[in-house]
Design a protein around this ligand. Structure first.
Ligand code: COA
Length: 385
């Protein structure tokens, strides 16, 4: 194939049996299971194991995995020391990439990757996956306190993944509804076929880099506003709009200047993102719990989505996963610049499932290009130019 397709649109870059989406019908499945079913019936722990192993676990398998995650939450003291030297004004995704990459220096033993043979050591792959998934939440929540000059709250073994994440942010026992919503949100963000960050993970994985570097590559790729970084921008955008009354004039101005509307549009979905539908339902559930009161941000989001429907739907642009997630995280007291980090925590499960799949049938990614530069020419010495 020599045709160049910008953004590799429509070009299959891998074969995978991890997740599948139907962009016309708005369907997403993990290992064949609908996300709507997983969001209601599963937990992040179970979904992560489903993604890694390819099948729903038994009680016993899930219990073992859950215990492994709980006992792997503590992050080495030296990682906290590294964090202390990072500027508090830096973006949390830059910290996360740094901290995840640094973990690799503490957990070596990647001989099965670098030995030259195909890595068949599933124990190593599983153990590294546990180490990373368990520590992602700790690192993200630790940073919230370290950057504000406080000691972080140590992780608690008696809480599940979502509860512990919320606890580590606030230092308080998590509200059960908030913990359930966080759990559902982690499930919804855990995997999404071959998106930009997963592709970055595959490329890094295909060179047999350590899993920590694979995840660091993916974290860096997720950070951009066209990908996971959009959730932070959605909340900033809604704050800028202020109230539903300002939506139409604001939108007209933005569209006239060809600006992006954050949280809208998707390469694959040409209908509303199924994850956005579920997150919106969770917003309504939270609103009901609070006696119908959700503040102007949610109202503004609903009005903006409605206005976009009229103006962007003809282009196949609808709300994506990032449109409602930030509003939920804000309600949980998480600062906007940490929203993408929460996304990364969840997506680490999907990235690691793809890393494992890539190792199972590895060939280094080395695509080709269409050269558009000068043809061969003679070098001109500097004083003759
Ligand atoms: N706001 C306004 N217009 C948008 C838009 C948005 N968020 N997303 C797409 N469009 C428009 C484009 O301007 C283009 O219009 P044109 O045909 O008149 O030039 C058309 O829809 C097709 O968009 P395109 O940029 O080709 O889509 P893509 O597949 O390359 O990009 C995204 C997909 C996700 C990068 C893009 O929709 C986007 O930037 N969205 C905002 C960022 C975001 O929310 N990212 C999170 C994704 S989960």
């Amino acid at each position: 194939m020599s045709e160049y397709l910008p953004g590799l649109e429509g070009v299959p870059a891998t074969q995978s049996n991890i997740s599948d989406l139907d962009g016309k019908r708005g369907l997403l499945t993990y290992r064949g299971y609908r996300i709507a079913d997983l969001a209601v019936n599963s937990t992040f722990e179970e979904t992560a194991l489903l993604l890694l192993d390819g099948r729903l676990p038994t009680h016993e398998e899930l219990e073992i995995f859950d215990q492994q995650l709980r006992s792997n939450r503590i992050v080495k003291y030296n990682v906290r020391e590294i964090m202390k030297y990072l500027p508090a004004t830096g973006h949390p995704m830059e910290m996360l990439q740094t901290a995840v990459a640094s973990l690799g220096m503490f957990y070596q033993g990647d001989d099965c990757l670098t030995g030259g043979a195909v890595c068949q050591d599933l124990n190593y792959v599983h153990n590294m996956s546990v180490k990373i998934i368990a520590r992602m939440a700790t690192i993200v929540a630790m940073w919230e306190h370290v950057r504000n000059g406080y000691d972080p709250f140590p992780p608690r073994k008696d809480l599940n993944y979502a509860e512990n994440l919320l606890y580590m942010f606030s230092g308080e026992d998590p509200d059960p509804l908030m913990a359930r919503i966080m759990d559902a949100s982690l499930i919804l963000h855990a995997e999404h076929t071959i998106n930009a960050s997963t592709f970055a993970a595959l490329v890094a994985g295909s060179t047999l880099a350590s899993p920590f570097l694979v995840i660091a590559a993916a974290v860096g790729t997720l950070a951009g506003p066209l990908h996971g970084g959009a959730n932070q921008r959605v909340v900033e955008m809604l704050e800028e709009i202020g109230s539903p009354a300002n939506v139409n004039a604001w939108l007209d101005k933005k569209l006239a200047s060809k600006s992006k509307i954050w949280g809208m549009g998707h390469r694959e979905y040409k209908v509303k993102d199924p994850r956005a539908i579920i997150l919106q339902t969770l917003m309504h559930e939270l609103m009901e719990h609070r006696g119908g009161n959700m503040g102007p941000m949610f109202e503004t989001a609903l009005a903006l989505e409605e206005a976009c429907e009229e103006k962007l739907a003809p282009k196949g642009v609808f709300a994506n996963v990032d449109f409602y997630s930030g509003i939920l995280y804000k309600e949980m007291g998480i600062p906007p610049d940490q929203f993408t980090s929460i996304f990364a925590i969840a997506r680490s499960a999907g990235w690691l499932a793809h890393w494992r799949e890539q190792l199972g049938d590895n060939r280094i990614f080395r695509p080709t290009q269409v050269y558009t530069g000068q043809s061969e020419r003679d070098y001109v010495p500097i004083d003759e130019r």
